[in-house]
Design a protein. Structure first.
Length: 380
C-alpha cells in the first residue's frame, strides 16, 4: 500500500520518504514534514506527536475494532488523538464502534471507511492465469508468537508475564503447539509428497527458525506476492482467510483438526465470522480429500460477491487506495522543502548502516520492517 500511495503522491509533485518503525522518529525529526501518513495503530502516531507538530493521517492495519480490542487499539487518553486529521478504516463495524465509544476523542478527526486496501491486488490475483506446475504449492500460515518470539522471549517468560491474561495466553500456547505438530505431520505424510510448502511466519516471529524445515519461507514479499504463487493455504483462523477468499484461493482452516476452535472463539470472538468463509476439514484425511478437489473450491475469476459475513468488518473496495490518496492530495500541505533530497539521502545512509548491522547480528529484526535495500526486489 505504501509504495502505491508513494507513486500517486510523487506524480502530484510531493516529496515522499518511506520510513519504518526503526527510523520513523529519526526521519520525522530530520524531515519535519507538514503531513505524515502512517499505516498501523495509534501508538505509532503518539510517538511522533510527542516530538513534532504535524498533521497525521492513519490507515489502520487491523480490523479488530470491537469491545474486546477497542480499549487496546483506541485508549481513553486524548494524547493518542493529538494532531490527527484522518483515520482510514476497513469497515463500518470500526466506524460504528468509534462513533459510539470514542465520540469526544474523534470529534475533530475525519473517519473514513475506505475499505480493505489490498482489495485490488487480491482481485488481480483472482483474475490472473496461474502457470501450471507439476506440484501444487501450499502456503502454511505461521502464528507462533509465543513459541517463536521475534525478540527471543521464551514461552515460559511469556506465560509468566501475562498475569491476568493467563486464561487467554495458555490456550494460545497450547493451540500453537498443536498447530506446529499438525504442520510436521502433514510434511511427513507420504500422501502430501506431491506438494511443496511455502511457510509464512507471523510478523512477531523469528524467521530463521523455519528455513531448514520448509521448501520456502516467505518473509520479504508482501502477502499478495506470496498468495500469487500458491494453489491453496492451510492455517489457523486469521484475517488471511479473507485475503485468500478475495484472491480466489482456497483456505483450509486447521482449528477443527487441532481442536482449538472453541478456545479461539472464546479468546477472540470476532474470528468466529472467519470460519464461515473458510474450508474447515475435521481430520488430516479430510484435508487431503479436499485438497484433491481444489478446482471445485476456487472462486470464479470474474465474480466477487460482497455478501460475506465479514461485509461490515472488512469491506471489499478495489478503489480503496485511490480514495485514500484523494483525501491526502486534497489536504496535504504543498509547501516545498528544497532540502528534502539532501535530508533523504542522509537518512538512507543511516538506514544502510542499520541494515548492515541487522544483517550481521540481528537479521530477524528486518522481518517486515521496510528498508530500501532489504526489500528492493519488491519496490516497483
Amino acid at each position: 500500500m505504501h509504495f502505491q500511495l508513494k507513486r500517486i503522491l510523487e506524480k502530484n509533485s510531493f516529496y515522499v520518504f518511506i520510513a519504518s518503525r526503526r527510523n520513523l522518529l529519526l526521519a520525522s525529526l530530520i524531515l519535519r514534514p507538514k503531513d505524515i501518513f502512517l499505516i498501523g495503530q495509534l501508538d505509532i502516531a503518539q510517538i511522533i506527536s510527542k516530538h513534532i507538530k504535524t498533521n497525521i493521517y492513519l490507515a489502520l492495519s487491523e480490523c479488530w475494532v470491537s469491545n474486546k480490542y477497542g480499549n487496546l487499539f483506541f485508549p481513553l487518553d486524548d494524547k493518542y488523538y493529538r494532531d490527527f486529521k484522518y483515520i482510514f478504516l476497513w469497515g463500518h463495524d470500526s466506524l460504528d464502534w468509534l462513533t459510539k465509544f470514542r465520540p469526544k476523542e474523534t470529534s475533530s478527526i475525519k473517519l473514513v471507511v475506505s475499505g480493505f486496501p489490498k482489495s485490488k491486488s487480491l482481485r488481480d490475483i483472482r483474475v490472473s492465469n496461474k502457470e501450471n506446475s507439476s506440484k501444487l504449492n501450499i502456503g502454511l500460515v505461521g502464528r507462533f508468537s509465543l513459541l517463536n518470539d521475534q525478540f527471543l522471549r521464551s514461552p515460559a517468560q511469556a506465560l509468566l508475564e501475562t498475569g491476568s491474561d493467563y486464561d487467554h495466553c495458555f490456550p494460545r500456547a497450547l493451540a500453537e503447539a498443536k498447530l506446529l505438530n499438525l504442520y510436521m505431520q502433514i510434511k511427513k505424510n507420504n500422501k502430501f509428497s506431491q506438494y511443496t510448502f511455502s511457510f509464512r511466519p507471523h510478523p512477531t516471529e523469528k524467521v530463521d527458525t523455519y528455513t531448514n524445515y520448509f521448501d520456502k519461507v516467505s518473509f520479504k514479499e508482501d502477502i499478495c506476492e506470496w498468495l500469487r504463487s500458491l494453489d491453496c493455504v492451510i492455517g489457523p483462523a486469521s484475517s488471511v482467510i479473507y485475503e485468500c477468499n478475495a484472491a480466489g484461493i482456497p483456505y483450509f482452516c486447521t482449528d477443527t483438526i487441532t481442536d482449538c476452535k472453541d478456545d479461539t472463539v472464546k479468546a477472540e470472538p470476532i474470528l468466529d465470522r472467519f470460519y464461515k468463509i473458510a474450508n474447515n476439514p475435521e481430520t488430516i484425511d479430510d484435508l487431503l480429500d479436499q485438497l484433491s478437489n481444489l478446482n471445485n473450491l476456487t472462486r470464479p475469476k470474474n465474480k466477487m460477491e460482497n455478501s460475506y459475513s465479514l461485509g461490515s468488518l472488512i469491506e471489499y473496495n478495489e478503489n480503496s487506495i485511490n480514495e485514500i490518496a484523494d483525501c491526502c492530495l486534497n489536504d496535504f500541505s504543498r509547501e516545498k522543502d528544497y532540502f528534502f533530497p539532501l535530508k533523504s539521502t542522509f537518512l538512507k545512509m543511516i538506514d544502510t548502516l542499520y541494515i548492515i548491522y541487522h544483517h550481521l547480528f540481528r537479521p530477524h529484526r528486518l522481518w517486515l520492517d521496510f528498508s530500501f535495500l532489504h526489500h528492493s526486489k519488491y519496490i516497483k
